[in-house]
Design a protein around this ligand. Structure first.
Ligand code: AVJ
Length: 299
């Protein structure tokens, strides 16, 4: 599926929707980095602080000299903490962006000259082809990116990983007060709004779209029944949008659903992991209890 195929399919649904993986072009990645530094967006800081605080027990759980598989390009500080603590035999970052992987791999090679970096260009929502494992494999999925998947998709992702890795480390945002969640996705500076709207900018530029950016607004709310933040782009008027040869009609107030960000209680995620075949699970949290890193064992 190309970007165009995904956009046409998504905008043809009764509830229009776009896959969140397309947020991350160069401009979107910059905006996401800004989100991570916002005072309201606690996730990145909470995960970094719990990783720092618990690095020795996380390291013991994962074991020295494993092969570390990471879903993500390997750009983050947490990755560096983990590499330093685990001294992995090989590091395999998995990302859809070849450019992001190359840049991150170059920086890591400079920082850790002893490290074997084997970048894998792939979409983690589908089965992966990996080089033969030469040591115990640990899969690291930080950042609560698993929250972008529905619980059914997350189950499938975890179950597929049982065949790839003996252990997993999964960063998961915890359920909490809806006001705290709301603020994190509706920041005062409007960076999250710009991040959401950038998807339309990207469609205009890459697919020849004519979205009028002034007539779509960022909308994010906590859907308590589903335990997820939903992000939408809401049309402020009745209008038609053209994308190449395709046309899409919007009613006033109609939205494009652009992202789900599921939140799990410790118990809720443990149950999901157990259903996917992981046992003996443990978890580390930050002092404020905002975020969890789950250690899962296949078996
Ligand atoms: C990168 C998917 C974890 O869901 O919090 C941040 C993306 N969206 N602000 C999240 C995001 C809006 C983020 N993840």
């Amino acid at each position: 599926m190309s970007f165009l195929d995904d956009v046409v399919a998504g905008l043809s649904l009764p509830q229009k929707a776009l896959p969140p993986k397309y947020f991350y072009d160069a401009a979107g990645s910059k905006l996401f980095e800004r989100i991570c530094r916002l005072p309201e967006y606690y996730l990145t800081r909470a995960e970094l602080s719990l990783t720092r605080k618990n690095i020795s027990s996380i390291g013991k759980f994962a074991g020295l000299g494993c092969e570390l598989l990471e879903y993500g390009s390997g750009e983050s500080l947490k990755t560096r903490l983990l590499i330093r603590a685990l001294q992995p035999k090989a590091y395999l970052p998995v990302d859809i962006s070849q450019t992001a992987l190359q840049g991150a791999a170059r920086r890591l090679a400079r920082e850790f000259p002893w490290l074997r970096v084997l970048p894998v260009v792939a979409d983690f929502s589908r089965p992966l082809e990996l080089p033969q494992a030469k040591a115990r494999r640990v899969a690291y999925f930080p950042g609560s990116t698993i929250g972008n998947l529905t619980p059914e998709e997350a189950h499938g992702f975890l179950a597929r990983n049982r065949a790839l890795a003996d252990r997993m480390l999964v960063g998961v945002d915890l359920r909490k007060d809806a006001n705290v969640l709301h603020a994190a996705y509706n920041d005062a500076r409007g960076v999250t709004a710009a991040f959401n709207l950038n998807l339309l900018v990207r469609i205009n530029r890459e697919l020849g779209g004519d979205f009028d950016l002034r007539s779509f607004a960022h909308y994010a709310f906590y859907n308590a029944a589903y335990g997820r933040i939903e992000m939408h782009l809401v049309s402020s008027k009745r209008q038609k949008v053209r994308i190449g040869a395709h046309r899409f009609a919007f009613e006033r107030g109609e939205s494009i659903h652009t992202e789900n960000s599921y939140k799990y209680s410790l118990e809720g995620f443990r149950t999901l992991a157990a259903q996917a075949g992981f046992s003996g699970s443990r978890a580390w949290t930050d002092r404020a209890g905002m975020f969890a890193l789950h250690g899962l064992t296949a078996g």
